[in-house]
Design a protein around this ligand. Structure first.
Ligand code: B12
Ligand code: SF4
Ligand code: SF4
Length: 239
């Protein structure tokens, strides 16, 4: 039987960067986390969070075969291609945000790896990337090198507390033309219906106005092509 290779945090980050993906920190599972077993039958020692900030993954994704093959869910399939290969290489398991329902609690996991906070948009807000970030997969691995988790962003950066509570006027809450963001959550159908009408053209072409109204992370706004890709996917799945 071949020995298991334990990659360093730097090696993982470099392997991901080759695909325009970002290592978003990691966390150590506890028994209550009920993660699936790894292929060797053992529990994971660490879960690394993988995602992107802004449109950094767009060049690699849009150049991949998944973008043009005409099959459904191209970005999920692109992510799975990368995540499964890494999991196999390092004897772990890749877990995906869209696995489910029931879904893995990605936003709770993210909070254990990075200084993200809740926002009225239901998305986690990051002090640097704002609302312009997402997760592509989580890599559960059997071993962790000493010192690697002490380097997590959560421990290195000061916590920026209350970003949204201190936000002047909370412009995100007033920018949606159909008031899809309410005190009771996100009105998916109100948003989706608007996107299917001619009045929704702005959102379809430039991205969600509510998200764009947020002053945090403006340098990380998605490019037009990237924003349109997500808006079309969202509208198509809520027709
Ligand atoms: C179902 C789903 C949706 C549904 C419903 C969303 C909802 N608010 O219930 C729909 C289709 C509407 C949707 C839409 C979008 N989604 Co969505 N969605 C999911 C998905 C697949 C499952 C959510 C879930 O039920 N998780 C299960 C629970 C147990 O996990 P959780 O970590 O506990 O998550 C919940 C809590 O954290 C809670 N929460 C968040 N903040 C706070 C704060 C407090 C105090 C409390 C108590 C709870 C709480 O809300 C979460 C959802 O219920 C997640 C991926 C995932 N696996 O989590 C993506 C996810 C949440 N979506 C995401 C995104 C980006 C979007 C879109 C912007 C799509 C896009 N690409 O343009 C839109 C807009 C959403 C919006 N404004 O609300 C990202 C969010 C990234 C981020 N920055 O936080 C995720 C994490 C996927 C990803 N690949 O990264 N989504
Ligand atoms: S506009 Fe203000 S309240 Fe809304 S998400 Fe951004 S920082 Fe938070
Ligand atoms: S995409 Fe447009 S309609 Fe939907 S929530 Fe955002 S601003 Fe509102």
């Amino acid at each position: 039987m071949s020995a298991i290779t334990t990659p360093s945090r730097t090696q993982i980050a470099q392997a991901l960067a080759a695909h325009g993906l970002r290592l978003r920190g990691g966390w150590t599972p506890a028994p209550g986390d009920s993660l699936p077993q790894l292929p060797n039958g053992k529990s994971a020692a660490v879960v690394w969070m993988v995602g992107m900030a802004g449109s950094e993954c767009w060049p690699a994704f849009s150049a991949s075969k998944f973008f043009t093959d005409g099959l459904p869910h191209p970005m999920d399939r692109w992510s799975a291609h990368i995540g499964d290969a890494m999991a196999q290489r390092w004897s772990g398991l890749a877990l995906y945000p869209s696995d489910g329902p029931p879904y893995h609690p990605f936003q709770q996991w993210a909070n254990r790896s990075e200084p993200t906070q809740s926002s009225p948009m239901m998305l986690r807000i990051h002090p640097e990337y704002g609302l312009w970030h997402a997760y592509r997969f989580a890599l559960a691995l059997p071993f962790l090198r000493a010192g690697d988790l002490e380097q997590t962003d959560l421990e290195r950066q000061p916590m920026h507390t209350d970003l949204c509570l201190q936000c002047d006027g909370q412009p995100c809450l007033n920018a949606c033309p159909v008031e899809a963001y309410t005190a009771n959550g996100f009105l998916v159908n109100a948003c989706a219906s608007h996107l299917h009408r001619p009045e929704g053209k702005d959102c379809m072409e430039s991205g969600c106005k509510a998200r764009l109204a947020c002053p945090v992370g403006e340098d990380f706004h998605y490019t037009k092509a990237h924003a349109q890709f997500h808006m079309r996917a969202f509208a198509a799945s809520h027709s």
